[in-house]
Design a protein around this ligand. Structure first.
Ligand code: DCP
Ligand code: MG
Length: 399
């Protein structure tokens, strides 16, 4: 049987594909790497981020909220603030803060429910504005995006002038303010948009970049979270200049793989391209259990927590998916996956669980060996900002 596979045409095909690979390889290499800043050609990147996004939309639509401390979200379900108006921030209220703490910090705080449909509409409007300037656009969430304007649609405009026009268009057409950063890579553009918030514009030119980063506190570095910032502070690292004292290996020793990133960005180097469709193919979470599970009911309980996590991650990335995969590792370390696609895009915990329940029990039957790990992932992802009508987000098992 084996020898049958090695027919003459089979050999010829292999030879042909090797030959083609040899020809194509150098071409591919030449095409790559054109984002390197060491090349003469510097990119022009704009990062735009809406100010106090959800809260500003509420203040826009309900004039009685203007000038008042407002917190969006904080429903009984999650109990955390999604967005805080700048008036509320003066009291120390911020996103992800438990509502009870926020109410204590700011006695007159007005809680309003989130209206995601409206935020998605605004998100589409600002994206249409961005698209007048460039097609190389990478939305990061509903309210922020990177634009590569190295080859702009309207030739002759500087990147700074484009950022000004974008901010003006958002103000005039959407009645909201946005902050923007302009520079030659993503890191600096993002740091720039944060620098003069709200309603600010910061331009970081190549010749000013190193000085700017030197005085930048580490907690302002995109990619340095509160935990890492604390660890850096404990080690006496407070600014970009402090980070720059270390060589790459030392930073990797102290902060793991991220150390490489800190090494580069503290020197103003960041060659990540602006991607029109971010490469994410799937998004999921999994858990290994201390004790193996044998009861499907117990498995569903654990899966409920995992679905919660997956749903939260989808929400953070503003994505929904159409294919659900259940991963099962049994006590003999065999891994199996069960997968199905839904008729609509889903992102809700309940919708995900409904499919997972089906996969666990009926495809083909609950696992017959003790289970040590369960995982859920969603694939065939689409951005929520692409304007899915709400009914499309519900699972239709009959459909
Ligand atoms: N958001 C959320 N939960 C979080 C963080 C943010 O639901 N933990 C939502 C509400 C925000 C929106 O995303 O309005 C945008 O997030 P930003 O981090 O850009 O924060 P804001 O736009 O609210 O404020 P800023 O002016 O600092 O950008
Ligand atoms: Mg924002």
């Amino acid at each position: 049987m084996m020898s049958q596979a090695v027919t003459f045409s089979g050999v010829k095909r292999v030879f042909e594909s090797v030959r083609r690979a040899w020809i194509l390889y150098p071409l591919k290499r030449d095409k790559g790497g054109n984002h390197d800043e060491s090349m003469a050609h510097l990119r022009k990147i704009i990062h735009v981020d809406m100010d106090a996004f959800y809260a500003s939309v509420e203040q826009r639509d309900f004039p009685e909220l203007r000038g008042r401390p407002v917190a969006v979200g904080g429903s009984f379900k999650r109990g955390v603030v999604s967005a805080a108006s700048y008036e509320a921030r003066q009291f120390g209220v911020h996103s992800a803060m438990p509502s009870a703490i926020a109410a204590r910090k700011c006695p007159g705080l007005i809680f309003v429910p989130a209206r995601f449909e409206v935020y998605r509409t605004v998100s589409r409007q600002i994206r249409d504005i961005f698209l007048r300037f460039t097609e190389t656009l990478e939305p990061l969430s509903l309210d922020e995006a990177y634009l590569d304007v190295t080859s702009p649609i309207q030739v002759g405009l500087s990147a700074t002038e484009m950022a000004r026009r974008i901010r003006r268009a958002i103000k005039e057409e959407v009645s909201l303010t946005a902050s923007a950063g302009v520079s030659f890579n993503k890191f600096l553009a993002k740091v720039g948009s944060d620098h003069n918030k709200p309603d600010g514009l910061t331009v970081i030119r190549p010749r000013d970049a190193l000085a700017f980063i030197a005085s930048l506190p580490v907690e302002k570095f995109h990619g340095v979270g509160p935990v890492t910032a604390r660890r850096m502070h404990e080690q006496g690292i407070r600014t970009g200049a402090d980070l720059r004292q270390f060589d790459e290996d030392e930073l990797v020793q102290r902060f793991g793989k991220a150390g490489r990133y800190y090494f580069r960005v503290s020197r103003g180097q960041d060659d990540r391209p602006v991607r029109m469709h971010r490469g994410r193919k799937s998004l999921g979470a999994e858990r290994t259990f201390d004790a193996n599970l044998t009861d499907p009911k117990a498995m569903m309980e654990r899966l409920s927590g995992i679905a919660d996590k997956v749903s939260q991650r989808l929400q953070n990335a503003q994505l929904a998916g159409q294919t659900v995969t259940l991963k099962i590792k049994t006590s003999d370390f065999q891994i199996s996956t069960r997968q199905t696609s839904t008729s609509h895009l889903i992102h809700d915990r309940e919708d995900i669980l409904e499919v997972v329940d089906l996969l666990l029990h009926h495809a083909p039957s609950p696992p017959d060996k003790p289970v040590r790990l369960l995982g859920i992932s969603l694939s065939h992802l689409r951005s929520l900002a692409d304007g899915l009508p709400p009914e499309q987000l519900r699972l239709d098992l009959e459909g």
